[in-house]
Write a protein that binds this ligand. Structure first.
Ligand SMILES: O=C(O)CCC(=O)C(=O)O
Length: 318
């Protein structure tokens, strides 16, 4: 039964949250539970237990805050002090911003562009979207595999994690109107063992669509039972009911360029409702092998030789 579910998984993954039937959802959820408890995640936990990362004080502080609240934030330079890393990321982001702004200008003049967007979340322009080939020459992929970040992810998830998603997003301002899709409060369906990071590449204030999060709503947190996380569950509750219950506990991440926010987005979050200024950020997802087997799809194909990588990084890409 499990192999059959695997074969259908990638077909589901593209449309899972919209049109999967109740029966399909039950099958995928059961496969996920099996992989989480017995199959895929067991080896990842064993590897982690056999070789736990030695965290320094900064990394430990991040993991402790994640465990307590579901998020942690700090300047990226505190976690990755090498100035060359930031210089390269910044130059790469500037190139993406200038190409994106040229594409948007062409579109508003009635022309065509090659900008990448994804159905259901068209308000974000993506550097990579899905199906891109990335190698170790890509500075964003390298950041997602950087042991300073990967060790935090693995320690928080208590297993060797998979790097599932790497991208840079440009969100043009919309002036106002209604919030759409992930601009509304939701839980991510990807996995129960989930960590995302957002690296702000511009200063983000209230008009730039800051990320927002309700602490302690991730599984294991005090507020986990509010419209609880389920594999492929109904992850967008009635917004007014949620706001009434917890919005006063939400944290709004207005912060300068260069800030990194780690977050377990199984908890309630929203963001990207840029009203007056474009928001630019890099985003990374680490999750468990069970997720990649049953619930989610990696957005990139790794194409370099991985001989230069250490074992946790090789695992993250496998
Ligand atoms: O764009 C944001 O701030 C939120 C993104 C989001 O909901 C997600 O990545 O799961």
């Amino acid at each position: 039964m499990v192999p059959a579910m695997h074969r259908t998984r990638s077909r589901f993954a593209k449309r899972i949250n919209r049109v999967a039937t109740a029966l399909e959802r039950r099958g995928v959820a059961a496969t996920y539970e099996l992989h989480d408890r017995l199959l895929a995640n067991r080896g990842a936990r064993r590897r982690y237990a056999g070789e736990p990362p030695a965290l320094d004080a900064t990394q430990q502080r991040i993991v402790d805050h994640l465990r307590a609240e579901g998020y942690a934030t700090l300047p990226l330079s505190e976690l990755v002090p090498d100035p060359e890393v930031w210089t390269e990321l910044e130059a790469n982001a500037a190139q993406f911003v200038s190409e994106t702004e040229a594409g948007l200008a062409a579109e508003s003049a009635g022309g065509e562009s090659e900008l990448r967007r994804r159905a259901g979340k068209e308000f974000v322009v993506r550097k990579y979207a899905y199906g891109v080939r990335l190698g170790l020459d890509d500075p964003w992929l390298r950041l997602g595999l950087n042991r300073r970040l990967l060790d935090v992810a693995n320690a928080y998830l208590e297993m060797w994690s998979k790097l599932e998603y790497v991208d840079v997003w440009y969100t043009p301002p919309v002036g106002g109107g209604e919030r759409k899709s992930s601009q509304r409060w939701h839980r991510d369906f990807n996995d129960r063992h989930l960590l995302k990071a957002f690296v702000y590449l511009v200063d983000v204030d209230e008009d730039t669509g800051p990320f927002e999060y309700v602490p302690r709503t991730a599984p294991g947190g005090e507020l986990e039972s509010l419209w609880p996380w389920r594999p492929l569950g109904e992850n967008y509750p009635p917004q007014d009911e949620l706001a009434e219950k917890v919005a006063d506990r939400a944290v709004t991440f207005t912060a300068p360029k260069g800030t990194i926010i780690f977050c377990n987005t199984c908890g309630f979050h929203r963001g990207g409702f840029a009203t007056a200024k474009p928001r630019v950020l890099a985003t990374f997802t680490w999750d468990s092998p069970a997720s990649l087997k049953a619930l989610s799809e990696r957005n990139f194909v790794f194409e370099s030789a991985n001989g230069a990588l250490d074992a946790p990084a090789r695992f993250a890409l496998s």
